[in-house]
Design a protein around this ligand. Structure first.
Ligand code: ADP
Ligand code: 5GP
Length: 229
């Protein structure tokens, strides 16, 4: 089967990075990763050229003006973008290329690579509570940044619910990691899943319920409440 562009979009903390890493570990000959460019600061443990290409704002804007990005966006005040060279490097090696992007990027990639050249997933954790717990446990953001990410997440899940079937081919619930990774492999290699074709409205209602619960949980995260579970 031809190498495809595999897009993982999700709210921050849903597990895109973890799934992308597991895909490469489990199937190194079949899946490669597109390393994005970003202006955000590296987290402890993140290496330049591996997690991201860490760029200054000027470098990013220069490369953008030169047409080096397939897509780019602003997220939480920082610039992020997929480099054409990264996608082409992996596709030319005959591997599926995994992209970890937010919803605006997913829309742009879908346009550049229409079905079946791309397969686009929206990843959610089993519940908003788990999302918040995973973000907290990761310990990579301050309380204020965390609250901001949760605010953005609400809008992202609403967008995904609207764009199901158009931009998004599948909703992936990342509960058990191995199961989620197996599902991605199967859907990328096999092309489809009966439940998605039969029940797009079910997926829409899963996302709508998630948004409702997230809106209820989000206020607990505001630093001013002082709550820190
Ligand atoms: P994202 O890239 O979507 O922001 P990460 O991959 O960084 O999310 O995951 C957020 C946190 O959740 C990380 O600490 C990660 O180890 C954890 N995590 C991811 N997937 C799972 C899973 N299936 N079960 C338990 N913890 C997970
Ligand atoms: P983080 O700062 O947590 O690594 O990423 C923040 C958000 O930016 C996540 O939703 C992530 O998927 C998204 N992101 C990372 N790289 C890219 C990219 O190249 N393009 C777009 N559009 N979003 C990206």
């Amino acid at each position: 089967m031809a190498a495809r562009v595999v897009v993982l979009a999700a709210p921050s903390g849903a597990g895109k990075t973890t799934i992308a890493r597991a895909l490469r570990t489990r199937r190194p000959d079949e899946f490669g990763y597109s390393v994005s460019g970003t202006t955000r600061r590296a987290r402890p443990g993140e290496r330049d050229g591996e997690a991201y290409h860490f760029l200054t704002r000027d470098e990013f804007l220069g490369r953008q003006a030169a047409g080096e990005f397939l897509e780019s966006t602003q997220y939480a005040g920082e610039l992020y973008g997929t480099l054409r060279s990264e996608v082409e490097r992996v596709l030319h090696a005959g591997k599926h290329v995994v992209l970890d992007v937010e919803v605006e990027g997913a829309r742009q990639v879908r346009k550049a690579y229409p079905r079946p050249a791309s397969v686009v997933f929206f990843v959610i954790p089993p519940s908003p509570r788990v999302l918040i717990e995973r973000l907290r446990k990761r310990r990579t953001e301050s309380e204020a940044e965390l609250a901001r990410r949760i605010d953005i997440a609400t809008g992202e899940v609403e967008t995904a619910a609207r764009e199901l079937g158009d931009v998004y081919d599948h909703v992936l619930v990342n509960d058990d990691l191995d199961a989620a990774v197996s599902e991605v492999i199967e859907l990328v290699q096999g092309g489809g899943r009966a439940s998605d074709r039969d029940a797009p409205r079910d997926m829409k209602s899963v996302l709508s319920t998630f948004v409702r619960q997230l809106k209820r949980e989000a206020p607990q995260l505001k630093p001013s409440t002082g709550r820190s579970r």
